[in-house]
Ligand binder design. Structure first.
Ligand code: SAM
Length: 261
């Protein structure tokens, strides 16, 4: 088959380091009947070993040339190909217990993580290769300079573990940044969650829009309604010091006073 020229606009950096591929596949600890969806199979660096270990594999690929190659290389009995932009894909079509994996196109990583959050109740786990900087923000705890809106929003829905880093040389073409593998497991349905999710999201977004600003400033329109002592936050604190639970507590206190998101 003719060589595929990597397309920058689709975030194409193809894995070619066999030991990294092996480490990723081992981290997945697959059972043959697992229901796996791979995002962005590309030239099948992960798809091939995944498919060998599974009865069936589902993949989502936007690039029609790559989707065509996959169709020529795999039997439809082994591989189902959804040729689409993953941001438009309804993951509910595969039912429950999904295991989602992918060396993701980095240019859409945040919108993709938020898109997938709406299907978290159907997901068993997610393993992704992302820019290390993004993974560091996802898993960051309060007090860290990486703690951000992404940390709070994702940690309110998932337990996350950074597994290992992957150097640029593992890819062709090599990206400019180091990558990391992250494991995400949805929290159970009885997890602490805000009564008004839209308000919680608004509160978190407004806090981190100016992360150096004190909360009494960022939350000026709600300042008189927040029971600061009860939620254990100083009005002079900055968002980087507030835990996920505390953001939920503030949102719920506002909801109790009739504020809506
Ligand atoms: N999995 C392959 C590997 O590890 O070598 C390819 C990884 S490459 C970083 C990202 C892949 O995602 C490419 O195959 C690209 O065409 C595909 N892709 C990019 N944007 C996409 C989108 N919006 N929806 C689905 N796939 C997309």
């Amino acid at each position: 088959m003719a060589k595929h020229e990597a397309r920058k606009r689709f975030g194409q950096n193809f894995l070619h380091d066999l030991s990294v591929i092996d480490d990723i596949v081992r981290a997945l600890d697959l059972q043959r009947d697992d229901k796996v969806v791979e995002i962005g199979p590309g030239l099948a660096a992960l798809t091939r070993p995944l498919s060998e270990r599974l009865d069936h594999l589902n993949v989502i690929e936007l690039d029609r040339d790559l989707a065509h190659r996959l169709r020529n290389s795999f039997s439809p009995k082994k591989l189902s190909i959804t040729e689409a932009d993953v941001l438009t894909v309804d993951f509910a079509q595969w039912g429950e217990g999904l295991r989602i994996v992918g060396n993701l196109p980095y240019n859409i990583s945040s919108p993709l993580l938020f898109h997938l959050a709406s299907f978290a109740h159907l997901v068993k786990d997610q393993h992704f290769m992302l820019q290390r900087e993004v993974v560091d923000r996802m898993v960051a705890k309060p007090g860290s300079s990486d703690y951000s809106r992404l940390s709070v929003m994702l940690q309110s829905r998932y337990r996350m573990f950074k597994l290992f880093d992957v150097s640029p040389e593992a890819f062709d073409p090599a990206p400019k940044v180091v990558s990391s593998i992250v494991r995400m497991r949805p929290l159970p349905e009885d997890r602490p969650q805000a009564k008004d999710v839209a308000l919680f999201e608004q509160l978190v977004a407004s806090s981190f829009a100016q992360r150096r600003k004190m909360l009494r400033g960022s939350w000026s329109k709600w300042v008189a309604l927040i029971p600061w002592d009860d939620v254990g936050i100083e009005p002079t604190a900055r968002p980087g010091d507030v835990s996920v639970q505390q953001f939920i507590a503030v949102a719920d206190a506002l909801t109790a006073q009739g504020v809506t998101g």
